[in-house]
Design a protein around this ligand. Structure first.
Ligand code: ASP
Length: 350
C-alpha cells in the first residue's frame, strides 16, 4: 500500500433526482447546487481525500440528455485528467445507461475510474439511497491496488450495491433502489461490509497508448422495435428519411424478424444505400445468432450486422460515436463486429 497518499476526486454534477429538493410551494422537485449538496452530505468531510466539484451551469433532468452534454462531460474529464485520480458523475437515472455507454467510447483508453451514480430518492430525503451511492462511488473512484494503480480504470455505474460496466447496463426499475442490471456481463464489484472487486473482469488501459478523448457524435439514427402486425406504410415512412445513417433493429429472440418480402427488400435497399442496420435482440439476456433460424438468416442476407449481446443503449452510443467520426461504411461494419470498449461478447461460432 502507498502510505500518506491523498487521493483526489472530481465530482461532476449534471443533475437528476439525487440533487433535487422539493419546492415547498409547488411540491415539485427542483435542482439545487453543490453547496447545498455538501450540506446534506456532511459525511463527505470524513473522507481523507481531496474532493472538488464542478457542475453543469444548469443541472438537467437526465430525460433531457443530449450528445452535447456528453461532450461537456468528456471536456470536464479531459481538462482535469492529470489533476485527479478519479471522477464521480452525478446523473439522473433515466438515461444514465446511455451516458455510461457513450462515455465508454468517447473516453478511449481511459486509465482512471469514471463512476456514474444517482439515486431514486433525492439526497435531502430521510430514506435517500443517494448518500450511500455517492459515498461508495467516491470510495471506488479513489481505490488503488497494491501497485498504486486504480482498481477500476473504466466507465462504470455504481448503484445500490453493485458496480457495473457502464456500457453493459440498463435501467430496469422505475421505483426500486436496485434499479440497474447488467444482464450479459457480471458485476465488476459488490459493496457489502467490504467492497469486493472482481479483478479478472475489469478492463485495463493499453499502457502503450495514451488516453484519447473524443468529441464527435452523429445522431442520424433510429431504433425500430419489431412487433407482430407491423404495417408496411408506417414502417416505410419511418425508414424513408434521407439523412438516416443507421437503424438499430430490436428483433425477436436470437435475432429474428418476420419473413415479409417488403420488409426484407426495404432493409436490403437501405443496406445497399450505405445505411448501417444492426440486429439486436429484444431479450435482456443472451445474444444474437443470425444463423440459427431462417428468420434471422434473412436479416444477415439483407445486410444487417450482428449486435451480439449488446444493450440497446450501448448500440445507439457506439453507432453515434462511429458515425460521428465519419468512418467508411466498411470500417463501421468492421468496428461493429469488434469489441472496442468491453461492450459485446464475441465468440467464434456466433
Ligand atoms: N427523471 C430523473 C432523471 O433521470 C430520474 C432520476 O434521476 O432518477 O434525471
Amino acid at each position: 500500500m502507498i502510505q500518506d497518499y491523498k487521493a483526489s476526486i472530481l465530482i461532476i454534477y449534471t443533475g437528476g433526482t439525487i440533487g433535487m429538493i422539493e419546492n415547498p410551494e409547488t411540491g415539485a422537485l427542483e435542482n439545487f447546487d453543490w453547496e447545498q449538496f455538501r450540506h446534506y452530505v456532511p459525511e463527505l468531510k470524513r473522507f481523507d481525500y481531496q474532493i472538488d466539484a464542478v457542475m453543469f451551469e444548469r443541472p438537467i433532468d437526465s430525460s433531457d440528455m443530449e450528445p452535447k452534454y456528453w461532450v461537456k462531460m468528456v471536456e470536464m474529464i479531459s481538462d482535469n485528467y492529470e489533476q485527479y485520480d478519479g471522477f464521480v458523475i452525478l446523473h439522473g437515472t433515466d438515461t444514465m445507461a446511455f451516458t455510461a455507454s457513450a462515455l465508454s467510447f468517447m473516453l478511449e483508453n481511459i486509465g482512471k475510474p469514471v463512476i456514474i451514480t444517482g439515486s431514486q430518492l433525492p439526497i435531502g430525503q430521510l430514506r435517500t439511497d443517494g448518500k450511500e451511492n455517492l459515498l461508495t462511488s467516491i470510495e471506488i473512484a479513489a481505490a488503488r491496488n497494491h501497485a498504486g494503480e486504480p482498481m477500476v480504470p473504466e466507465v462504470c455505474i455504481f448503484f445500490e450495491n453493485q458496480l457495473l460496466r457502464g456500457n453493459r447496463t440498463t435501467k430496469i426499475n422505475a421505483e426500486g433502489f436496485n434499479a440497474f442490471r447488467s444482464y450479459n456481463y457480471p458485476a465488476l464489484a459488490h459493496a457489502g461490509i467490504h467492497i469486493k472487486y472482481e479483478n479478472h473482469l475489469i478492463r485495463r488501459p493499453d499502457p502503450t497508448r495514451r488516453f484519447q478523448p473524443h468529441y464527435l457524435m452523429d445522431n442520424n439514427l433510429l431504433i425500430l422495435t419489431l412487433f407482430p402486425g407491423m404495417r408496411q406504410e408506417i414502417i416505410d415512412t419511418i425508414l424513408d428519411q434521407k439523412d438516416l445513417k443507421a437503424v438499430v433493429l430490436k428483433t425477436f429472440g436470437s435475432g429474428n424478424a418476420p419473413q415479409k418480402p417488403w420488409f426484407f427488400n426495404r432493409l436490403k435497399e437501405l443496406a445497399e444505400r450505405g445505411v448501417i442496420i444492426v440486429n439486436t435482440t429484444q431479450c435482456s439476456t443472451g445474444t444474437v445468432e443470425m444463423h440459427r433460424y431462417e428468420t434471422g438468416l434473412q436479416l444477415l442476407q439483407a445486410g444487417a450486422v450482428n449486435g451480439y449481446d449488446s444493450t440497446m443503449e450501448s448500440t445507439v452510443a457506439k453507432l453515434m460515436f462511429l458515425l460521428g467520426h465519419g468512418y467508411s461504411n466498411q470500417k463501421i461494419l468492421e468496428l461493429m463486429n469488434t469489441d472496442i470498449a468491453g461492450e459485446i461478447t464475441i465468440e467464434e461460432d456466433l
